[in-house]
Write a protein that binds this ligand. Structure first.
Ligand SMILES: [Zn+2]
Length: 311
């Protein structure tokens, strides 16, 4: 059901922890300390920041009767062995109800698969090609960096910026023997080969050059130039998680990328508020510094790295 193992790890790691709260204690009456509440003013401030989501997999808004979106990911993980998902990602988690209410007005407590799927289909139909931008507004995200093979209608700049996949450039040689090593790469290497053929075709080449020097001098820079000319603000190797990113991905009929983006953005804001509240209470930073750090994490680091001018 879920394609993106990294996304799952990211969400699982995004659970809200304010530090080592359970302290060893010799007194019988002494139990674990309760989790501290985040500073309410800081929570309001962080909620007011329009985030730049550094890592996500938004889908093209597909209208009825149109072909499915197939350019969403270079390495969809459908082919790898099934693995258990963390509890927070199951529909038992009441946070999905909160997310569905904030996006679609679904009543809290009703997170049945049927209700969620219907709510999403309804919003997609009402918003049409504007669904993706509408979802960003509802989530509180200013700009979303889209990790996709290609962009398309409904995912335009300035709200969506392209991050192009460049892993195929690492594999100019035949990878079939290498792919046999593990069940995971057995499914994934062939997908890189397919994408590599597409990149070569985009350059007007029928196959890779006969020498590594030719590869380095011709294929690599020409591919990067082409992606930049088409609007890419960054390139992606499949393991780059340095800035705030929701890793919003399509999780099937009941959880589209918008729900996952809303879920993990909310989670990140809460984690940030708790962490910075703790630092303020410990006297490590002032409120002003806490707000600066929140702005940097949610927006300004990404603005500087990618040169995104945004209000
Ligand atoms: Zn991802």
């Amino acid at each position: 059901m879920f394609r993106d193992r990294a996304a799952l790890a990211g969400l699982a790691g995004g659970s809200v922890q304010a530090g080592p709260l359970v302290l060893a204690c010799m007194l019988p009456a002494c139990g674990p300390r309760p989790e501290p509440a985040a500073d309410p003013l800081l929570v309001t401030y962080i909620d007011s920041l329009r985030a730049i989501d550094d890592h996500a997999h938004p889908m093209l808004p597909i209208l009825e009767g149109e072909a499915a979106d197939t350019d969403l990911d270079a390495l969809p993980l459908d082919g790898i062995p099934a693995f258990p998902i963390p509890w927070r990602l199951t529909l038992e988690n009441p946070e999905w109800g909160i997310v569905a209410r904030s996006l679609y007005g679904v009543s809290v407590g009703d997170t049945s698969e049927q209700v969620l799927a219907m709510a999403r289909r309804g919003a997609a139909k009402t918003q049409g090609v504007g669904f993706a931008v509408w979802a960003l507004d509802a989530i509180g995200t200013d700009v979303m960096l889209a990790n996709r093979i290609a962009m398309g209608d409904g995912l335009e700049s300035p709200r969506f910026r392209w991050v192009a996949f460049v892993d195929p450039l690492l594999f100019p040689l035949d990878t079939r023997a290498e792919a046999e090593r593990t069940p995971d790469v057995r499914a994934l290497y062939p997908k890189e080969s397919v994408l590599l053929r597409r990149y070569l075709k985009d350059l007007g080449l029928s196959g890779p050059p006969s020498t590594l020097a030719g590869w380095v001098s011709d294929v690599v820079p020409a591919t990067l130039r082409r992606e930049r000319d088409l609007g890419a603000v960054a390139v992606k190797f499949e393991a780059a998680y340095l800035l705030f990113g929701s890793d919003a991905f399509d999780g099937g009929a009941t959880r589209g990328w918008a729900e996952v983006a809303a879920f993990s953005t909310r989670s990140a804001r809460r984690a940030l508020a708790l962490t910075l509240t703790g630092m303020m209470r410990d006297g490590d930073i002032s409120r002003q510094r806490a707000e600066t750090v929140a702005r940097m994490v949610l927006r300004e680091n990404a603005q500087h790295v990618y040169g995104i001018q945004s209000n």
